[in-house]
Design a protein around this ligand. Sequence first.
Ligand code: GSH
Length: 229
Amino acid sequence: MAASDVKLLGGWASPFVIRPRIALNLKNIDYEFLEEPLGTKSELLLKSNPVYKKIPVMIHNDKPICESLIIVQYIDEAFTSGPSILPSDPYDRSVARFWGAYIDDKWFSSLLATLKAKTEEEKKTAIEGVSTGIELLEEAFEKISKGKDFFGGDTVGYIDIALGANLAWVRVVEKLNGVELLDETKTPNLYAWSEKFCSVPAVKDLIPETDKLLEFAKTLIAKWSAAPQ
Ligand SMILES: N[C@@H](CCC(=O)N[C@@H](CS)C(=O)NCC(=O)O)C(=O)O
């Protein structure tokens, strides 16, 4: 659907950028993707997100919207085509927002810390943080999905997008550290969910290929370890 002018400033490897892209696909909205190459910030990005200067930024009819989960909520409200992303019940909506905030504020910090760790001890603590989060999310999935395929029920919803956009990075962290984070035995429901999520048509072409992302991650890690303390 090309009813309005939508641009998305982003980068292929960013889990935050994958979120609005999934939401736009679910709503069947055409958009122009403007890639911000690593290490550069376009004038348009600086002008559109002067507070954080980060991707993603969605520009809808010349108006910028920043912060990935806020953009996903905006897409859900602004475009009525396709399935609802947030639940209609206010309590269920608050639960979805709670887990979205948990994923970003707590769990993602551990995931990132595995890549930025300077010592083996720091890395071990970070990996434990990711694993603990996955166990909590396994329990949450059992309650929220009520036996259906997704956190959102029969279709991909807000928590699916918030968490699922990070799956390729989880695989990269697993490969880099020789560990299983999404374990078929320990977290069977979340493991099955991840397989289903990645095969959804609105999602599947957006999840970066693990080996390509692994090379990108190695470049980032080298850059971070060369940066002054
Ligand atoms: N909380 C933000 C995080 C966005 C974010 O961290 N974006 C990264 C790319 S993955 C970025 O733009 N980094 C560039 C920088 O920090 O200067 C969101 O959800 O959109």
